[in-house]
Ligand binder design. Structure first.
Ligand code: MRU
Length: 349
């Protein structure tokens, strides 16, 4: 498999480099973020996107802040750093990994005694967040691969691949691990209106790895399931609360459809995506701009004056999930949250 370097940090140069995911598949362009403002813009524009990748971006963002804050006195520096951390966390509201990544690094710097020490600890911690994400994806990928038959067709929604993580992917990590283990897997990628992460990104990265992939309009999924063309559905997640799964808008529709047709529906996510402390109604579902739905390039797709609703995510109850594929194994609902908490504590050690 060819490595996709979704996001990287050059601490010496004070620069976070990421693949501009708004330009794929047509243009492969790298964006260099030297300021926290530029990184926040990249997150808001979806140049970098996908929950685990946002976790890494958040962690690297704190490192950038430690290099760009001008304060020379330690307590003032820390005050400024906390404020920058808050701005990064709020760049997008739904994926819990973003605030999780920022918090991991902030926790590491809080007990630093000097600015120099804070910079060093931030860097070590952020590199740890990226490495842990890569490990988690490989671990859950191997666990999830056992759920796939020797020859099978997997439907996925949005992009939960290497582009959405530091590498390998969650839902697509399962596919990659299965292929690596010798299974023949074909992927049906839902295009994922309105920003087409499935058609543009999932198709791009699977084609690059030589994994067969076919794109369908989101609205074809029920028809294909009815015909028996889909063996299982695997999606990623932006946040898993004790009562629900937040993922790209359209996920809930696929979960209901899969249940109706007796097709297993799996959610693949690392422990960093689990949010034990919040219920679904406390989470903000991001609403994005009208233009994402109402126009295609310069052409209008909706008459002027007609309203548009553009929620970026939806909420799927756990009882529609056959199992969660995680870095501590395959968990069947109802989830044992004590295991999740214990797993998260172990990973901090
Ligand atoms: O708006 P996006 O592109 O950031 O949404 C991404 C998704 O919904 C993914 O499915 C999710 O983050 C899981 S990525 C491993």
């Amino acid at each position: 498999m060819r490595v996709v370097e979704t996001i990287s940090l050059d601490a010496e140069a004070g620069c976070v480099t990421l693949i501009d995911q708004t330009r794929l598949p047509g243009i492969f362009r790298l964006v260099r973020c030297r300021t926290v403002d530029r990184l926040i813009t990249a997150i808001a524009r979806l140049e970098i996107r996908g929950a685990p990748a946002l976790g890494v971006a958040g962690a690297y963002g704190v490192v950038l802040a430690t290099r760009t804050i001008r304060e020379k006195e330690h307590s003032r520096f820390m005050r400024a750093l906390r404020s920058e951390a808050g701005r990064i966390m709020n760049a997008r509201p739904t994926a819990v990994n973003l605030s999780w990544g920022v918090e991991q690094v902030m926790r590491a710097v809080e007990d630093a005694h000097s600015i120099h020490e804070a910079r060093t600890k931030a860097l070590e911690s952020a590199q740890g967040v990226a490495a842990a994400d890569a490990r988690a994806c490989h671990t859950l990928g191997k666990a999830g691969a056992t759920l796939l038959g020797e020859h099978c067709t997997v439907l996925t929604h949005c992009n939960a691949g290497a582009l959405a993580c530091s590498e390998w992917g969650t839902a697509l990590g399962v596919v990659r691990s299965a292929v690596e283990g010798g299974k023949e897997v074909e992927v049906i990628a839902c295009e994922t209106r309105p920003l087409l992460q499935g058609a543009r990104l999932t198709a791009w990265e699977l084609q690059r790895d030589g994994i067969p992939v076919t794109v369908i309009p989101d609205s074809s999924a029920a028809f294909l399931m009815k015909r028996g063309d889909i063996d299982l559905v695997i999606v990623g997640a932006d946040r898993i609360t004790p009562d629900a799964v937040f993922n790209k808008i359209g996920t809930y529709m696929h979960a209901i459809t899969a249940r109706h047709h007796d097709v297993p529906f799996y959610v693949a996510a690392p422990l960093s995506t689990f949010d034990p402390g919040r219920s679904a109604r406390e989470v903000i579902v991001e609403e994005r701009g009208r233009e994402e739905v109402a126009s295609c390039g310069r052409a209008a797709m909706v008459p002027e004056g007609v309203g548009v609703k553009n929620y970026a995510f939806d909420i799927t109850p756990h009882d529609l999930v056959t199992a969660f594929v995680t870095d501590i194994g395959i968990l069947t609902p109802p989830i044992d949250w004590k295991m999740i908490e214990a797993g998260r504590k172990d990973q901090k050690r």
